[in-house]
Design a protein around this ligand. Sequence first.
Ligand code: GDP
Length: 411
Amino acid sequence: MSAHEPILAQLRNIGIIAHIDAGKTTTTERVLYYTGRTRALGSVDAGTAITDWMDQERARGITIVSAAVSSEWRDHRINLIDTPGHIDFTAEVQRALRVLDGGIVVLDAVQGVEPQSETVWRQADQYRVPRICFVNKMDRIGADFDRAVASLRERLGAEPAVLQLPIGAESSFEGVVDLLSMRAVRWADELGARREYDAIPSALREPAATARAELIERIAENDDALLAAYVDGVEPEPEQLLAALRRATLDLRLFPVLCGSALRNKGVQPLLDAVVDLLPSPLDIGPVHGVDPRTDQKVERQPDAKEPLTALAFKVAADPYSGRLTYVRVYSGCLRTGMTVHNARSARRERVGRLVRMYADQREDIEEIGAGDIAAMLGSKGTRTGDTLCAPEHPVLLETIAFPEPVVWVA
Ligand code: GDP
């Protein structure tokens, strides 16, 4: 993190979930590009910088395939957790959903909700993961924002909170109207680095006013304080609206919807704003539950650095440079280099060697990971995917179900 470590409220652990081909990879790449901490967006040459950067990334093969990548946006740390591409009820999907606190659901603006999105949506419901929806590919022939929004309602029974109206569609898609601020947002260059804000185009003024009224009504219906003011005819302040929308999003009562085209570099920054403004921090998620393996008693741990350590190893990956990378999410306490932790599955102790935070274009050695945060342990041998690491004197097991190890078929 630049000058300071973010506090818990400034952490976002999120996953991008989508059916195949909706644009998950492209959206992820754009998110990493805009949040990249070493690239100065203003200085990149227009045009090919994103693709050049992606090619370099692919050549180095580090991070786009990383299980968790850290990045920064508006003083918040966003840990982007990879969700498996195949959407089924495997342990891997369940584990990914368990580790993340919020999700971006990417939909194709032509297809709307597809069968695979339905499956993952139900799984995210089961794990109570708050979500925002990104209607991607607004530049495609046949793109239809309203139809995609309707499909959220019809196929998923979700209550969408439409935050934007597209300006144009297909090849003339050029920006969005932000319904909270009632401004038009356009992208002034091919990289989408420069945003311009101006008045809403005259043809969209009326539809935007109607859509805004609907949005406010929807938010008010879900918020008692706002509803009282609304009934009295008081126009709510933007911050009030945002706070009420956030509460409804965290409760899974509303699903904010934005649109754009990741490929054309349009709409990704407002999506990042929505992640910061509307998705939960580990503090919003509250305590984690497990069992004490000695007594089988339920254990609750708060997302607090002062609590005993509770961490879940959610992915073990082979690393070409340093052997094994064990990705962990710390739920409570702190994981520090040099400390001895207890593995609640194997009942063995392990010394924590190096800890690294994975960024899009580098990794950084760190001394400790605090509650709510995610990073990787290097060279850890005894820890498997699904293991709980905890303070030796306060053992806790988070995953009691024995997940099968992935089977490798040898031809
Ligand atoms: P994933 O399978 O969900 O990871 O999808 P990808 O990001 O690989 O995208 C699938 C295809 O859709 C690729 O050919 C992308 O170039 C294309 N694509 C992604 N985003 C957009 C978009 O905003 N507009 C258009 N027209 N194509 C897109």
